[in-house]
Design a protein around this ligand. Structure first.
Ligand code: ATP
Ligand code: MG
Ligand code: MG
Ligand code: MG
Length: 439
């Protein structure tokens, strides 16, 4: 919805009063939830309807209800509603106009029911629709956040304020609507499967990975299934990111895709996939799983299929690049963890990996710090994340200083080539830089 922000704020005139969208979303803040909850992905599709100063709360609520109960055919008694704590207007519309009983409407705080598009900018109270898998559990002591009973699938944002730098809320001239309905979540409800991963949007990818790993999802333990779900999730995100031209690198969005690829590689290895999974130990396995994700993408974006070759090549390159250092890094990490644990035994302190160690793994072996954290936690060791951030910041400062010291433009480097005298190649006899300097 970011492209709509200037319209919500009234800075750019609307071209249409209403819109409906299918947005591809990446939410890396949910990466640790993947596979652990039944409903969170790093990539998902969000269906939405928007009003730019056209219809508002009453219509948005009535239509969301109609969409859920008539189009999707969900039984009304399975639906629960959350509203922002002081939004009496929304409460009344749900109760009086739509007919939802008061026991099924919960008032919730700003964390869940006040939506911000960033630190500043358009925002407003929201109201969500939840599906109840266990109406048998009754209406008392209900917690809509209970993942074993409920799933939030629809969020209606009443975008009526502009949050300013000082945090104050300024009413917008026009009132807007921004809704979001998670496709994987509604698919899970309608297909009556235990979690989003078992819907036809994701399960074929899991199946492909389980064939390569020679395991069966149905007969596996929780750990194996968690790893299969991570692969199912990450491969979709990776494929769309690469398709949209986000390439692995160490900065910004490039690092988002790099982290996901590296996590998928490690997860595949935990599942026992070796090489390409078909006997070629020098090969890469992610491309063959990605083919399945690409095959499933055609309903969203036919460009992904058209870019298949490029996506698969990039993925293969990044996987093989990582595998080269992965084993050495894993050995070093094992050693670091053993040291941390033995230090603890001696001193009685809490086992902890230092920020420097985590940084060394990141910088020299390409271990995203989440992987280090994950492995460490599997061994009951925590990671000094503050220390890691300090190391990162030091490196950033050093490279900035180096960059400033050597500000070379293309022309400068041409000049430089003129100025530097011929050099003699010493590498036949001497290998280290030190030896060259001394000689
Ligand atoms: P939750 O509370 O379950 O984390 P949310 O309140 O963070 O969800 P919203 O920001 O309201 O989600 O997003 C609108 C809709 O998008 C949600 O109602 C849900 O259907 C879907 N959605 C949000 N986050 C995810 C995710 N990580 N994976 C899949 N679907 C999601
Ligand atoms: Mg969330
Ligand atoms: Mg929520
Ligand atoms: Mg929500």
């Amino acid at each position: 919805m970011l492209q709509f922000k200037p319209i919500f704020l009234g800075k750019v005139p609307r071209q249409v009063p209403r819109a409906a969208t299918s947005q591809r979303c990446i939410r890396t803040n949910d990466v640790e939830n993947v596979g652990r909850t039944s409903r969170h992905h790093t990539f998902f599709e969000m269906l939405g309807n928007f009003s730019f100063g056209d219809y508002f709360k009453k219509e948005a609520i009535q239509w969301a209800w109609e969409f859920s109960t008539v189009e999707f055919g969900l039984p009304a008694n399975r639906l629960w509603i959350s509203v922002y704590e002081d939004d009496d207007e929304a409460f009344e519309i749900w109760n009086k106009e739509v007919g939802v009983p008061v026991e099924h409407i919960k008032r919730m705080g700003a964390d869940d029911n006040f939506w911000n598009s960033g630190a500043t900018g358009p925002c407003g109270p929201c109201s969500e629709i939840y599906y109840d898998f266990h109406p048998d559990r009754g209406c008392s002591d209900v917690d809509l956040g209970d993942d074993t009973r409920f799933i939030e699938f629809y969020n209606l944002v009443f975008m009526q304020y502009n949050k300013k730098d000082d945090g104050s809320l300024e009413p917008l001239k026009q009132k807007n609507i921004d809704t979001g309905l998670g496709l994987e979540r509604i698919a899970r409800i309608l297909q009556k499967v235990p979690n989003n991963y078992e819907t036809d949007l994701i399960f074929p990818i899991i199946k492909k990975a389980s064939e390569l790993a020679n395991v069966s999802y149905a007969q596996s333990n929780d750990r194996t299934n968690l790893n299969l779900k991570i692969i199912g999730d990450h491969l979709r995100a990776i494929v769309y990111l690469l398709s949209d031209g986000v390439f692995p690198s160490n900065i910004g969005r490039g690092y988002v895709v790099r982290r996901l690829i590296r996590r998928a590689v490690r997860t595949g290895r935990l599942l026992g996939i070796k090489g390409d999974g078909r006997g070629n130990l020098e090969g890469a396995f992610l491309p063959s799983i990605a083919e399945k994700a690409i095959e499933l993408s055609t309903h969203i974006d036919s460009d992904v299929k058209a870019r298949e070759q490029r996506i698969l090549e990039e993925l293969k390159r990044e996987e093989l690049r990582f595998v080269q250092t992965l084993e050495r890094g894993e050995k070093l990490l094992d050693q670091m963890l053993a040291d941390a644990l033995s230090r603890t035994r001696e001193s009685g302190s809490v086992p902890r990996l230092s920020g420097q160690d985590a940084f060394l793994l990141y910088d020299t072996f390409g271990f995203p710090v989440e992987i280090t954290k994950e492995v460490a936690e599997e061994h009951g060791v925590s990671v000094d994340m503050k220390g890691f951030d300090i190391e990162m910041e030091n490196q950033r400062r050093q490279s900035q200083a180096a960059h400033n010291a050597v500000k070379l433009s293309v022309d400068d480097s041409a000049d430089l080539a003129e100025k530097i005298p011929d050099t003699e190649f010493l590498g036949y006899d001497t290998l280290s830089a030190k030896a060259i300097v001394e000689s």
